[in-house]
Write a protein that binds this ligand. Structure first.
Ligand code: A3P
Length: 899
């Protein structure tokens, strides 16, 4: 009979023991006696009563067992023990090699990856690994010529990776010499991968190298060369037993001392001879003694987990430490949510004891480690009597754990639009914490199902701040769940949001033999697979687990102890843990560029839509952005667009009127809700398109990226006039706004200010002149948006022939009905501009701040600016030709005036 642990589990066992041996021996004599007894004692009333009693008992029996998942009825041999087959575990970790060198390097910490085609699998694996480790890289498809390798006297790349070793070896002589020269001059190393070929080579020489290769082998049992100077992240001494992935391995044999193996493996055969037990070099280092170029060559791609470590080490070594990753890895394991779980899957007292024992074991390998327990107190004592003792045991040992609050009833915050309701929920949980002596000062919280964290639900952030002083949270959803390598952190309203990693355990993974995909899958993830790689690739790892992973088969204890041991066994990473607030501070010290969020459209991700308030909407987000620049006629265009029945502008802002200036300044940090409030659903009917105009978007550093993240399908409209005229108009504009510096200096003084001028003057000069460098900014917009989304308006035509401009624009926007603006606009001689026709004959012109009257520009300023803008105008003209757009007359005139 199989054994069950725990008093309660034992008590359930007889239910499955139907039919005892004793009964079967005596049934022949028992049966006639029973029939006789029944016939003499039973009448109809008793029979009915008996049937009713039986029915009630059956209902009770089923209601009890159906509410308890079947897992509680499954007998298990044993709870799995963490993996320990590693002879190195007992030994102390030694200091890892330092690849940094004192040499004066003239290389950028960037990798050039030369791939066979844009779709090759290995190329993609390489790129994904580089992205996961935030290593800068450039991908080039192998072609006739080499990409540019230098900028002035600096090497552009620290390491060059060839996806195909044979492509590298067979490069034409000229390119090869050029590349070798670059590698020698800038001390740049090469990585190459032997890719599977149809032809099986036996002892074939790699062209141009005293190196011989066997290809298409099946291998097993990999080991590392402890003496190899390349090893840093990877730790030698153990054997990765078993078959290596793939049937197309290449191995290297060399007869020169320039080569040194980094890894070996054995041939996999059904019948082994002594010769086949000879280790074969699968990864080899070329010290560069023959031609001055250092190389690391791989006998297979990155499918084998150890190769991922070795590849990162090769980059570190060959770049002289420029591409070395830190060896510190921080781990936080949250248990979300320690009191929430169905009856029959919850913790017993002995599970809590196991949790403490495992925590102590982990602390020996991961200094500072403590399980981080979240709680929704409403579910405290919601288990069977034995499980309730488990809850009590947790509270009894509360000081051994870290604690964080959840929602009182585990409700998703985005379902509450009311801050006070959320506060009340949180207060209940806080009350429970105070009554039971649970610490309330972690400043950390998570939200059920990531609800309200991202996409941001402002009431959640507000309630968190008020009730719990939350400063840190974590989510898997920013910017999206997948791909995991792109998850990032951000800060909103003072709350640091850490990216959370996935460890493969979910609320329903209770038993090892029922693990989705089988035990083998979980073990593979631990032993070099996904979970192992996650820790390698992320300096700070926040994992979420669930209470049920700590009862039942205690899969979380198995998983974390195993992966930590595997990491200790095979790598030199220094594992540690700390409370969430300390980890968040560390994270953003390492990645300050992530502090500012990048808002995406919540409706573009079905998971986001599900955890975003139903009262919010994305349908009215603008599909058209007029980006300026300032003083090119952007207000006139805005007014003309708003006259079209299909187009609707945003509601005005109380401070900046029609311009929201969301993407280019601090309004962006107010969050998406702030922006959306200017586009309420009532603003449009279904067939209308909303648009926004902020003239400072054109030259705002972050604007194209931010705009594209939220509005990837938007149409972008820029208006260009002579940059000199634009600069002068801008000067007049800020003067009339009382800018003290502009009022103190003439236009000529400002535009000709040199770099030794006072800072205020230089700043003003830059603000005045920079937006006119049109090609520079347009290129930045085109790096985010496709050329088909961009429309460039000639601002001088907008002024003189607005109906023609609006006609073309309507076609570009593909909007209907087509409006004849000749009927809507009329030249107003008094204003000197086209104005809106109102009430038949009258006109409504823009205010006096548009179309100002000021003296003409001095000739010396005009001359200076013509020269100043010549290179920019030339670049603009080239850009417009390149993207197939007409070159405006003013641009032709300016270029010919200088030519
Ligand atoms: P000036 O006031 O220097 O003449 P913006 O709206 O982007 O700030 O641009 C203001 C400029 O728009 C004005 O600069 C003016 O020349 C130009 N403009 C073009 N069409 C106009 C119109 N119909 N009414 C008023 N100004 C117009």
């Amino acid at each position: 009979m199989l054994r069950m642990t725990g008093e309660n589990r034992g008590a359930r066992a007889p239910l499955l023991e139907c039919g005892s041996g004793e009964y079967s021996h005596n049934h022949k004599t028992l049966a006639p006696r029973c029939c006789f007894w029944l016939a003499s004692h039973v009448n109809v009333r008793k029979c009915v009563a008996g049937v009713m009693l039986l029915s009630v008992l059956t209902i009770l029996f089923y209601s009890y067992y159906v509410t308890i998942p079947l897992t509680s009825l499954v007998w298990r041999d044993r709870i799995p023990r963490p993996l320990t087959q590693c002879s190195l575990l007992a030994s102390q970790q030694q200091a890892a090699r330092d690849h940094r060198s004192d040499a004066r390097l003239r290389i950028d910490a960037k990798v050039l990856v030369i791939v066979e085609s844009a779709y090759s699998r290995l190329g993609r694996d390489i790129a994904e690994l580089l992205v996961a480790n935030r290593i800068r890289y450039k991908i080039e498809v192998a072609g006739k010529s080499l990409p540019v390798l230098t900028t002035l006297d600096k090497g552009r790349y620290g390491v060059i990776v060839f996806e195909s070793l044979s492509k590298y070896a067979n490069m034409d002589k000229w390119n090869r010499e050029l590349l070798d020269k670059y590698c020698r001059e800038y001390s740049v190393g090469v990585v190459g991968f032997a890719t599977p070929s149809e032809e099986t080579l036996v002892g074939a020489q790699l062209k141009g190298f005293p190196l011989f290769m066997h290809t298409n082998l099946r291998l097993k049992d990999a080991t590392l060369n402890a003496a190899s100077p390349v090893l840093r992240l990877a730790r030698a001494g153990e054997t990765a037993w078993g078959a290596l992935p793939g049937d197309h391995w290449s191995v290297f044999r060399a007869n020169s001392s320039t080569y040194e193996p980094i890894a070996w493996a054995l041939r996999e055969h059904d019948y082994e001879t002594d010769g086949e037990r000879m280790p074969l070099a699968t990864v080899i280092q070329d010290h560069g003694r023959l031609d001055g170029v250092q190389r690391v060559l791989f006998g297979s791609g990155l499918q084998f987990w150890l190769h991922r470590l070795l590849f990162l080490d090769a980059l570190s070594y060959l770049s002289h430490g420029q591409l070395s990753l830190s060896l510190d890895r921080w781990i936080l394991v949250d248990i979300d949510d320690i009191f929430v779980g169905e009856k029959g899957t919850r913790l017993h007292e002995e599970d809590v004891a196991a949790l403490l024992t495992s925590q102590a074991a982990l602390q020996r390998l991961v200094p500072g480690f403590r399980f981080n327990l979240g709680y929704s107190a409403k579910y405290y004592h919601h288990g069977t009597p034995t499980e309730n003792l488990g809850d009590d045991a947790l509270l009894k040992h509360r000081e051994y754990f870290n604690w964080f609050c959840h929602m009182w009833n585990h409700q998703q915050p985005h379902l509450y639009n009311n801050v006070s309701q959320l506060e009340a929920e949180m207060m209940l949980n806080k009350q429970f914490a105070l009554e039971h002596g649970i610490p309330t000062n972690s400043c950390y919280s998570v939200s059920p199902h990531h609800s309200g964290v991202y996409p941001v639900h402002e009431p959640l952030y507000e309630a968190w701040r008020k009730v719990w002083d939350v400063k840190v949270t974590s989510t898997e959803e920013y910017p999206h769940l997948r791909p995991a390598r792109l998850r990032r952190g951000f800060r909103h309203r003072g709350v640091m949001v850490l990216p959370r990693q996935t460890c493969g355990l979910f609320t329903h993974t209770l038993l090892l033999e029922r693990y989705p995909g089988g035990r083998h899958r979980l073990d593979r993830s631990i032993q070099g697979g996904e979970l192992f790689q996650t820790v390698i690739n992320n300096p700070i790892n926040v994992f979420m687990t669930h209470m049920s992973n700590y009862g039942n088969d205690r899969l979380a204890l198995y998983t974390f102890e195993s992966v930590v041991k595997f990491l200790r066994c095979w790598t030199n990473v220094r594992l540690a843990s700390a409370p969430p607030l300390a980890l968040a501070e560390k994270y953003f010290q390492l990645r300050p560029d992530e502090l500012n969020p990048l808002w995406g459209n919540p409706c573009d991700d079905i998971r986001h839509r599900r955890i975003w308030s139903k009262s919010k909407w994305c349908g009215t987000l603008p599909r058209l952005l007029v980006i300026g620049p300032q003083k090119t006629g952007s207000t006139a265009l805005y007014t003309f667009l708003a006259m079209h029945p299909t187009l609707k502008p945003n509601l005005p802002s109380p401070s900046t009127y029609e311009e929201l200036q969301f993407f280019n300044n601090n309004n962006y940090l107010k969050g998406l809700d702030w922006y959306l409030n200017f586009f309420p659903p009532s603003l449009t009917n279904n067939s209308q398109i909303t648009f926004e105009k902020s003239a400072t978007y054109f030259d705002g550093d972050l604007v194209p990226r931010r705009a594209h993240a939220l509005l990837p399908n938007a149409k972008i409209i820029a208006i260009l006039i002579s940059p000199s005229k634009r600069a002068y108009s801008w000067y007049q504009h800020i003067r009339s706004h009382g800018d003290p510096i502009a009022n103190n200096y003439t236009f000529h003084t400002i535009i000709t200010a040199n770099d030794s001028a006072p800072k205020q003057l230089r700043d003003l000069r830059n603000r005045c002149l920079n937006p006119g460098k049109y090609s520079h900014y347009l290129e930045r917009w085109l790096s985010e948006y496709s050329v088909h989304q961009l429309h460039v308006i000639d601002g001088s035509m907008l002024r003189s022939e607005p109906a023609v401009v609006m006609n073309t624009l309507q076609k570009f926007l593909k909007i209907s009905p087509h409006i004849d603006y000749n009927k809507l606009l009329k030249y107003d001689p008094k204003k000197g501009f086209f104005c809106q026709v109102v009430g038949g004959e009258k006109t409504k012109c823009l205010g006096k701040s548009k179309g100002r009257v000021y003296p003409p520009m001095e000739e010396r300023s005009a001359k200076f600016l013509r020269r100043y803008y010549t290179p920019h105008n030339t670049a603009l003209s080239k850009l417009l030709v390149r993207v197939g757009r007409p070159v405006p007359h003013w641009l032709k005139d300016e270029l010919s005036a200088n030519g």
